[in-house]
Design a protein around this ligand. Structure first.
Ligand SMILES: CC(C)(COP(=O)(O)OP(=O)(O)OC[C@H]1O[C@@H](n2cnc3c(N)ncnc32)[C@H](O)[C@@H]1OP(=O)(O)O)[C@@H](O)C(=O)NCCC(=O)NCCS
Length: 330
């Protein structure tokens, strides 16, 4: 078999992450909410979610700024020039504009022009969706080097009069450079959605006739989301492992979407994985939606926990309802 006929894979060449400098602890947030007569506490938030702090972007800082910071770091780690990138996918639910896509704005800020650039909207599963799409495009030869970014300014869509949701989320961005390769790389991926659950996690607003129609802030039935999340995260993990001919024992690191440490513990328990094989950043980041998985990956790589050759299972779940998993040899 000639080299050009060898099966193509895609592999992560470098990672990057960015958190805005404004960090709010649970106590900071509790003080802010108390001023509006809303009661919460560090104890409640830590016990129910594992979250201790989150980062918020300053007013006026758009999603694309965070995305570009993470992307530049990923390019540097991958020893890759922005000009080498021929595909940009940004997973976000908090884009700079209704259109054009945040990916186009990122492309311009990086000073590169002409390559394909588009957003993926799958809320907290967004990064697994974006990674699976980029992998498919690289494997067919449609692109050779992709920037896959998850970036969010979720603070902009939070209702700070609703204590059941506003304590859970944060802002941030994570990115990877994904390059075509003759060896894996990504070994299997799977994406799912079930639109029957639109109502349990949504921002039910839109723009029409120059006005916002409906509620442009996050609404969530937390307990319903919790139950669905643990269920689908176990199923999709098993399914993607089976597809790759591997088992739970082959996983070096589980890098799940960082929504709530109890969801991660529930998933790990079902998969019979010890928690010391699970990357947890929700304590310091909160739920950064599409940014949470690439941010957690970048933290784990930079801390030396994730090493070249490790097998990683990335999995996400979020509004839609959407869920997905990507199994890869790092
Ligand atoms: C939201 C979540 C933390 C709530 O935890 P829970 O254990 O289910 O708590 P409940 O919603 O049953 O609420 C329990 C009580 O705490 C109260 N409470 C809710 N938020 C609170 C807060 N921030 N501070 C203090 N009390 C709070 C509720 O009002 C309720 O009080 P009541 O019993 O007097 O009515 C949990 O359901 C969750 O994490 N769900 C998944 C959310 C998620 O991950 N979403 C993103 C997925 S991508």
């Amino acid at each position: 078999m000639t080299a050009s006929l060898k099966p193509r894979y895609s592999r992560i060449a470098g990672t990057g992450g960015y958190l805005p400098s404004r960090r709010l602890t649970n106590a900071d947030l509790a003080r802010q909410l108390a001023a509006q007569g809303i009661a919460t506490s560090d104890e409640w938030i830590v016990e129910r979610t594992g979250i201790r702090a989150r980062h918020f972007a300053d007013d006026g800082v758009p999603c694309s700024d965070l995305a570009v910071r993470a992307a530049r770091q990923a390019l540097e780690t991958a020893h890759c020039k922005a000009q080498d990138i021929d595909l940009i996918i940004v997973a976000t639910s908090t884009p700079d504009m209704v259109f054009p896509s945040t990916a186009c704005i990122v492309q311009n800020k990086l000073g590169i022009h002409g390559c394909a650039a588009f957003d993926v909207q799958a809320v907290c599963s967004g990064f697994t969706y974006a990674l699976a799409v980029a992998d498919a495009m690289l494997r067919t030869g449609a692109a050779h080097k992709a920037l896959v970014i998850g970036a969010e300014v979720f603070s902009r869509i939070l209702d700070f009069t609703d204590r059941t949701t506003c304590v859970l989320f944060g802002d941030g961005a994570g990115a990877v450079v994904l390059e075509a390769s003759h060896r894996p790389g990504i070994v299997a991926s799977e994406l799912h959605a079930d639109g029957r659950h639109v109502g349990i996690l949504c921002v039910p607003g839109t723009v029409s006739g120059g006005h916002v129609q409906g509620v442009p802030l996050l609404r969530m039935d937390g307990p319903a989301v919790f139950k669905l999340a643990v269920n689908v995260l176990e199923k999709v993990a098993r399914s993607v492992l089976e597809k790759a001919g591997r088992t739970e024992a082959d996983i070096d690191w589980l890098i799940p979407h960082q929504a709530n440490v109890r969801i991660m513990q529930g998933t790990a328990r079902k998969l019979k994985l010890a928690m010391d094989k699970v990357v947890v950043t929700v304590d310091e980041h909160g739920n950064t939606s599409a940014a949470s998985i690439p941010l957690a990956l970048d933290v784990a790589v930079r801390s030396g926990r994730v090493a070249r050759g490790d097998t990683l299972l990335l999995e996400g779940v979020g509004g839609g309802f959407t869920w997905g998993a990507v199994l890869l040899d790092y």
